[in-house]
Design a protein around this ligand. Sequence first.
Ligand code: DQA
Length: 150
Amino acid sequence: MSPVGTIVLLSGPNLQLLGERQPEVYGTATLDDHVAAARAAAEALGYVLEHAQSDHEGDLVGAVHAARGRADALVVNAGALSHTSWSLHDALAAFDGVVVELHLSNPAAREPFRQVSVLAPVADGSLAGFGGLGYPLAVEAAVRLLAARG
Ligand code: DQA
């Protein structure tokens, strides 16, 4: 079966340390494990999944630009940039496909600085607090939104 479309998964700063980084908060699965789960979900629904991770805000902004007109949906766990990055906010606002914001933890239940997402206003929806389960859920949500858009 040829792919129906493309989903781009973006991972922000420090997420390459998953598995070692605060496992009591983020679990023991690695970023590769999460990407594999997201990719399996995408492929089961007929989509190709591409992944990029960067610690640098500009790289993530560039990855959003590169997805414009090419990818159908973005799934974005921007890490701490979720709480600060107006440039990523603006880049996502200029993306015309589906945007799903994703977090492993539930930032609403954590420190005050995590309780605001500057990306949420430009996402179609946000998924947080489901741990690794969030990755396939976010892909499925993106595909369902795409189908609903027709
Ligand atoms: C995170 C939550 C952010 O507050 C934090 O800075 C991260 C990970 C999450 O997946 O729970 O790096 O995005």
